[in-house]
Design a protein around this ligand. Structure first.
Ligand SMILES: Cc1ncc(COP(=O)(O)O)c(C=O)c1O
Length: 412
């Protein structure tokens, strides 16, 4: 592979004491401002990863910094055995803006998923204990706990970890006939990301989401939306399911909810949460005052109509420009997909190699399933910054084309 060696992959340098579960470029950052990151080497990068859709408001957003400082001087942590007013404030905001009646706060997306799965089974436990099946779709990613990898169904994440858990059914993406055949008297819930993230920025159609809602209602199954990546303004609505005007019974949120502070949430209707009575769940840290103060500040910013309108504008610009780029480089970009600022480019060259070429241009992009790269910029990215992203992507496309044209063995 060509390009400067400085950022290229170094799977696990022998000097590292970090468990080698990531294949990382040799790149580290010490500072971030808005959509820019500054490496320990002093280089400036344009960030279209945003901590994988976490830094929704960019790096070091003044309102989040202030909220963290103010709360940090008052109270960081108390146990959930006490009332936490900051938690009630953020829960009220989330319920005001969504279908939900109740919220449980977690430290991560995976924990929110774990609770969503528990709540769905518990909902049925009294009257229909046979309802334990959770149906998901290929390409799903719901986290890395044992239940979450079983729900996600990706064989690469299940291999070697012992027997699969019972009650998880993974269907081809968007196969409505398969879904109709699979939903039945043992179904507890159908769970999906309205726009798949890790699966490669793949959106369910509004029509399918509505049909899935109807199917669940007819079968007495719950519908769980995982909006951990596609929620919190990323698609230009506060939550992606709003585009289809479909409401779930349970929804998981995380990532941009804390803007970089680890916060997750499981939202539910009173009915769907009816099994979650005293003692059925808990968390030491989930929803502590420090997390909630930052979460509330982030939610207040992201949920502003002007923020969401801005996302739609910048997303429109990207959509137009990237389809032009695809037309100019059909040998590099096979498809532009996704929704809003959850953008996927399905590539012809290897996506990992393309990410390295983008890094050579000082542009950070994320990988994804089906040989995609994802662009997940902060929601505050301006059109001028988006233009810079497109220019850098074009340079990466040129480099990819040159690489492909070079005689075998010439790259290096
Ligand atoms: C859609 C979705 N669900 C769940 C998760 C897991 O969240 P976390 O890594 O915070 O545990 C992720 C993380 O990428 C995600 O994208």
């Amino acid at each position: 592979m060509s390009g400067p060696a400085s950022t290229h992959t170094d799977p696990n340098p022998s000097s590292s004491h970090i468990m080698g579960v990531y294949s990382r470029p040799t790149l580290a950052f010490e500072r971030g401002v808005g959509v820019r990151l500054y490496s320990t080497e002093g280089d400036e990068y344009l960030d279209c990863v945003a901590g994988i859709a976490v830094n929704g408001l960019g790096h070091a957003h003044p309102k989040l910094v202030q909220a963290l400082k103010d709360q940090g001087e008052k109270l960081w942590h108390v146990s959930n055995i006490y009332r936490i007013p900051e938690q009630e404030a953020l829960a009220a905001r989330l319920c005001d803006e969504t279908f939900a009646d109740v919220v449980f706060f977690t430290n991560s997306g995976t924990e929110a998923i774990e609770l969503a799965l528990k709540a769905a089974r518990k909902y049925h436990a009294k009257d229909a204990p046979e309802r334990i099946d959770v149906i998901t779709f290929e390409g799903a990613f719901h986290g890395r706990s044992y239940a979450a990898v079983n729900a996600g169904g990706n064989p690469a994440y299940l291999e070697g970890f012992g027997p699969r858990l019972p009650g998880y059914i993974n269907l081809p993406f968007g196969d409505m006939e398969a879904l109709k055949a699979a939903v039945g008297p043992t179904t507890a819930a159908v769970m999906l990301e309205p726009v798949q993230g890790e699966g490669g920025a793949r959106a369910f159609s509004d029509q399918d989401l509505r049909a899935i809602r109807r199917l669940c209602d007819e079968a007495g199954a719950l519908l769980i939306f995982d909006e951990i990546q596609c929620g919190m303004g990323r698609t230009g609505k506060l939550f992606a399911c709003e585009w289809a005007r479909v409401e779930p019974d349970i929804m998981t949120v995380a990532k941009a909810l804390g803007g970089g502070f680890p916060v997750g949430a499981c939202l539910a209707t009173d009915k769907a949460a009816s099994g979650m009575t005293v003692g059925t769940h808990g968390s030491t840290y989930g929803g502590n005052p420090l997390a909630m103060a930052v979460g509330l500040a982030a939610f207040n910013e992201v949920s502003k109509p002007e923020t969401l309108e801005h996302v739609r504008q910048v997303a429109g610009y990207f959509s137009q420009q990237l389809s032009g780029l695809k037309d100019r480089y059909p040998d590099v970009i096979a498809e532009v997909r996704g929704k809003g600022l959850l953008i996927g480019l399905k590539l012809i060259p290897n996506n990992r190699e393309f990410m390295a070429l983008a890094r050579d241009q000082r542009l950070l992009i994320a990988g994804g399933g089906e040989n995609c790269v994802r662009l997940l910029p902060a929601l505050i990215m301006t059109v001028d910054e988006a233009r810079e992203v497109v220019e850098k992507l074009e340079a990466a496309c040129r480099a990819a084309r040159a690489q492909a044209a070079a005689p075998a063995g010439a790259a290096g």
